[in-house]
Design a protein around this ligand. Sequence first.
Ligand SMILES: Cc1ncc(COP(=O)(O)O)c(C=O)c1O
Length: 439
Amino acid sequence: MDVIESSPVQGNNLDPWYDSYAGRTAGLAASEVRALFAVASRPEVVSLAGGMPFVSAIPEDLLAGSIQKVMAERGPVALQYGSGQGVPALREQILEVMALEGIRGSADDVVVTTGSQHALELFSKLFLDPGDVVIAEGPSYVTAMVIFNSYQADVDHVPLDEHGLIPGALREHIARLKAAGRRIKFLYTVPNFHNPAGVTLTWERRLEILEICKSEGILVLEDNPYGLLYFNERPPAAMRSIEEEGVVYLGTFSKTLAPGLRVGWALAPHAIREKLILANEAAVLSPSSFTQLIVSEYLNQADWRAQIDTFRGIYRERKEAMVAALQEHLPELSWTNPTGGFYVWVTLPEPLDSKAMLPRAVKELVAYTPGTAFYADENGRQNMRLSFCYPTPEQIKLGIRRLANVVTGELDLLDTFAGTGELSQLRLARGAFPPSDLR
Ligand SMILES: Cc1ncc(COP(=O)(O)O)c(C=O)c1O
């Protein structure tokens, strides 16, 4: 038999294996703004787009001592495969970290993962079948949605406001989905300093949402990477501190220490924990022994609470710089005023489209993430996420001034084409923008 004739090459021009990929990879398409972000990473661009923690604030010798000690005293263990559940001593220490958020649990129920991103992946693998529904805030964390989509689940967005997810809207959505015969698998929520919206769920709403989910038989996936990075007051205690059986809690050392270590965790009810361990083993055999031992040693010997305080001070200052610059240069926009975390969520005046405006912004040497990235549907055109975690206060001020020029330019353009003069009146009524010579 002629092999070539019996296996006709199809695919497309660029990828001969195009027709061979599994259906679930459809959701793994590169985002339309990815190419622009490659440009935006040039040093002359002020990037308010990425959510990179400011790891330069970690003193050089803070982790070096831990690394040396681990290698000197436990080298062969650090370099070996480990348990699929994670290093027992670290799981005990994770309980101490979670206690700061009001959580009490057993180290037996902690599963260490390769960042909390991997916990999201494992959890989704356990629970999602094609056609299932995940309820999430609208907007929601983009890379969680990529995972949900990769398991061919649909994301149903429930709106949030400055107090977080709206319980009444959650009730309505659940009723509508159930009436349509949809299978709701879980509620995915980021209650503290939401990514991307920057808002925090109130205590009363935490109680109400847990009550709703309990009565409707819906599991809650509480993702809390930012809770310890509050600026002044602690956020309310974690949802997991109120409800144990109905909540799977995700935590990480990525924001309070360093994302390069890739150490996160899940705290889950016994049965789910068992399945998470099996899924973890199937995926990676064991999370990195090396980085787990480093984190464990760091928690042992360093003043990690003081390091978190340092981060909190840095992010507080940057958030204040951003909000002050928005107030000064873009008073016609509205934005959330986070009490912790990394993000401000901006709403543009009606005619503006953040996605369409992005190329112009990058040309003006400022980058942001368009709101559309955070919705599974077509929403978010009037929004953008601005991150204040990485750039310095000076860079933030410069970035917002550049953004103001972009917004002015866009409004002028729309004004010219609309020819009504209404937009410029709106702008003049609320204060002029600064001149363009700001670079
Ligand atoms: C809401 C949320 N969840 C999870 C993650 C993943 O964090 P990591 O995998 O580094 O723990 C992030 C990272 O930005 C995030 O913002």
